[in-house]
Design a protein around this ligand. Sequence first.
Ligand code: HEM
Length: 405
Amino acid sequence: MQDSGAFDLLSSSFLANPYPTYARLRSEAPVYFSQEWKSWLITRYDDVVACYREPRLSADRAKAFSDLLPPELRPVAEPIVRNMSSWALQMDPPTHTRLRALLNQAFTPRLMQELQPRIGEIAAELIEQLASQPEVDLVKALAEPLPIAVIGELLGLAPSEWPLLKSWSTALVTFLGTPRVTVEILQQAAHAISSMEDFFRVELQKRRAAPRQDLLSNLLQASERGTILGEQELLSTCCMVLFGGHETTTNLIGNAIRHLYAQPVEVRQSLQESAKMSVAVEEIMRFESPVQRMGRLVTEDFALHGQTLCKGQRVFLMLGSANRDSAHFADADQLVLDRRENRHLGFGFGSHYCVGAALGRMETALCLSRLFARIPSLKLIEKEPQWVPNATVRGPASLLATTHV
Ligand code: HEM
């Protein structure tokens, strides 16, 4: 099916609640070309998995995507394209295979074990601070600062730098998920990425002079060994880890707080058992996926459900929709906190499967169990939060709560 706007994908009501639209797309137009997004949307679970395996879909898309912008905006996007073209996330083999092996070496189970106590401490400190305020925004006070602190520690960056890193990353996520790209949004994202590069150049220089025990020093050593090729790949990898490592986790924590404080207090108490908490976090990942869509580029024409996807076109694999597909999940629109069979696609699938999945899960579970233990009766003030106005990431823009009830 191909038309202009039958599904109203630019509307604020879609961004506030995309699930009814996803359900219609899965049933009426599972392979749908949206004029609004200038892209194909793949919404069924099995089709998303098939597309992840499809060799005629490439992850290498930054340049082609910028060609979809109006011609006058393309030069503005140039710093973003240059940087993102060297993200592992946006690469195909063999370059992806090389960089991915390096990332796998960095994100080991041992690192997760080592980080765990520190993450618990940071979460406890943040929760102690917010517990003293009668009214608090849990996104600003917890869901945002915790992941930025964790990724800051991992990369070995000073806490004084974290707010600046966060502001650059916000500019980038706004660009990546905005329903309508404007010149201001592009300029801010381009400025952010150039500033991030300048920042990491200086940090890497410091590590060259005096290596430390942090991810930046490890990446630098890899570049000296030749595993990373050149300065651009090094800077791009730093930016990708910084960005990928916290925007997503912020939204997972926000979604989890929102849904779990809507449950009776006994439910939260039962989740203090760590195995139950892990199962619940997976269900939040499925039910309210922090990453709703992932882009791919068609490199050769091919047909799917009678539609021809043509070389050069953009495709969105709609993870948030696949995760609500009732052909794959029983009671797909229900939050089932003890769901056992849960092969959700919230961390992607196949060779690009999220390298930080274990870290994101661990941060979220630790944060929630500390919060439930410290303020079990916290009350969210708004029934329905304002969502971040973004089609790529999904999470509450704010979560106002009273802590003293
Ligand atoms: C809990 C929150 C997270 C979610 C929902 C999430 C989601 C995703 C998804 C959907 C992908 C697949 C991309 C694709 O299909 O092309 C991905 C890849 C990736 N993620 Fe995450 N992520 C999270 C946490 C993290 C963390 C904590 C880090 C790092 C510290 C991280 C770093 C990455 C990287 C580097 C990739 C690219 C892997 C590759 O292309 O081989 N993510 N993530």
